[in-house]
Design a protein around this ligand. Structure first.
Ligand code: SF4
Length: 487
């Protein structure tokens, strides 16, 4: 455990005459014994992945057991209401992550807890959400339409040369804004989760079969969920099978747990396994890297840095970060650059992307407009090395990732941006118009000028149920097309 350093002291003093003044900041592992429920937890227990997994906070009572009277009842009530009426993800917070919220304590703990960026996305409360437009009228559960593009169950083939393999539907931590809220995690009172149908091993075998007979795919993102939740021997077997497929040249392991539960990646059995896989990849000339998901500088602690460096020493080519841009979490140039420098200087993690938060239900309070995202992209250029300057990207439904400056047209009054693409997704092989069409993305309505808000008030004839109905029709059409393609 290192000494406590307040974030204020760790922050650079302004004075370089630059909008952002860089100073190297020391990483902080907050003292978990400040929390009443963990006052007797030893450093050895803290480093144990078994201890971390068995002490995750899964409900309000368990949070109360850890935080005790540090938080006023109004916070617990706010959280309880959100769980019942808004949450699209169930609660699951590893001790490592909970410990980074209000890392140095505060005189008014409840207010500091409310304001904390990690709390704002890992433990959302009812009062965080917008009352006027909690969901955008075009929000849907599977906002990126990944299921429609499944080549086999869980294998999304959206881009020409790469696929996303959702190898399991669970994670060691559940993020309130999760894009895959349709599938990942336990059902909540608001969202009944989709379940995989095929048996786990059959699903993995079907994915491998598809990749063997699809030589145009060279790049596999092995994801979920979070690969840290798959028992290592099964994950290693899957990766070794992937490495035997001649056309696969790039493998990326997606795991937020590198930050949320670094103890997993520091376990000796997992480290030894990563070394074996990396060694085979190196011998076969395949690039294997890890992608993690960190949204706030305070999450980059010495333990996270240790885990990241261990991955590099084990032979992975790179560890990269794909954060999510969210209001109240990291929507300022300072917050983004503080995070990028903590990753790069402190943990050898390359800042790579910031995704705009997707249009899932009840996410409006997190989402930023495309215009604001463009300003942020402009604001962070020039401080980081070019290879580590993250791109802010909009994942446009039926298109895929586009840099935020790549839109074709933008109606800023109604907050509708129009995008084009240069490839067909897996469900458009027979669609002659796919590359000529424009695809829409919507800004949060509360960020629009009065005229735009009024327009939506008059025209938002679409409810969430109607949007779901449209998505279901579109899924059925895609299934029918797949059937026709096969016959
Ligand atoms: S770790 Fe990733 S997949 Fe898991 S809940 Fe968070 S955002 Fe979703």
């Amino acid at each position: 455990m290192t000494d406590l350093i307040t974030p204020e002291l760790a922050r650079p003093e302004p004075g370089d005459g630059q909008p952002y003044a860089y100073r190297r900041a020391e990483l902080l592992e907050p003292d978990w014994t400040r929390l009443p429920g963990w006052k007797d937890v030893t450093a050895e227990e803290w480093r144990s992945v078994q201890w971390q997994r068995s002490h995750c906070v899964k409900n309000v009572k368990q949070l109360r057991d850890v935080m005790g009277d540090l938080l006023e009842d109004r916070f617990y009530d706010d959280l309880t209401r959100d769980q019942a009426e808004r949450a699209t993800m169930s609660m699951l917070l590893p001790p490592q992550m909970l410990n980074t919220i209000v890392p140095s304590g505060a005189p008014d703990y409840t207010e500091a807890f409310y304001a904390d960026p990690v709390r704002r996305y890992m433990l959302p409360v009812f009062s965080d959400r917008r009352a006027d437009w909690p969901s955008h009228p075009h929000a849907t559960r599977d906002s990126l339409h990944e299921h429609e593009m499944w080549a086999t169950e869980g294998l999304t083939h959206r881009y020409p040369t790469k696929v996303l393999a959702e190898i399991l539907p669970t994670c060691p931590q559940y993020c309130g804004h999760c894009t895959r809220m349709d599938l990942v995690g336990n059902s909540t009172p608001v969202i009944d989760k989709l379940k995989f149908v095929a048996k786990p091993q059959t699903r993995l075998d079907n994915m491998l079969d598809y990749l063997r007979r699809t030589p145009g795919v060279r790049d596999v993102v092995v994801s979920g969920g979070d690969v840290a939740n798959m028992p290592w021997p099964r994950l290693e077997a899957f990766l070794m099978s992937l490495l035997e497929i001649e056309n696969i040249r790039d493998i990326r392991l997606a795991t937020k747990a590198l930050m949320g539960m670094p103890q997993h990646w520091l376990s000796s059995d997992v480290l030894a396994g990563v070394e074996r896989v990396a060694s085979v990849a190196r011998n076969r000339g395949v690039m294997i890297a890890m992608h993690t998901h960190v949204n706030a500088a305070q999450s980059v602690t010495p333990l996270v840095a240790e885990a990241s460096k261990a991955m590099l020493e084990a032979g992975l080519r790179d560890v990269r970060n794909q954060g999510v841009l969210m209001r109240g979490v990291n929507d300022s140039v300072h917050q983004l650059l503080d995070l990028c420098f903590a990753l790069l200087d402190g943990a050898n993690i390359t800042p790579y992307y910031f995704y705009m938060c997707d249009m899932i239900p009840f996410s409006e309070h997190w989402r930023v407009s495309v215009r604001d995202a463009q300003h942020l992209q402009h604001g962070i250029l020039g401080y980081l090395p070019g290879f580590a300057t993250p791109r802010i990207v909009c994942d446009v439904p039926y298109v895929g990732k586009r840099w935020v400056h790549q839109l074709s047209e933008y109606d800023e009054v109604r907050g509708i941006s129009y995008w084009k693409k240069n490839y067909r997704t897996g469900i458009e092989q027979q669609d002659p118009e796919a590359l000529n069409r424009t695809y829409e993305y919507y800004d949060p309505i509360d960020t629009l000028p009065a005229e735009g808000q009024q327009w939506w008030n008059q025209h938002a004839g679409t409810t969430l149920a109607e949007a779901e109905q449209r998505a279901a029709e579109s899924r059925a059409a895609a299934e029918a097309q797949k059937f026709l393609d096969l016959t």
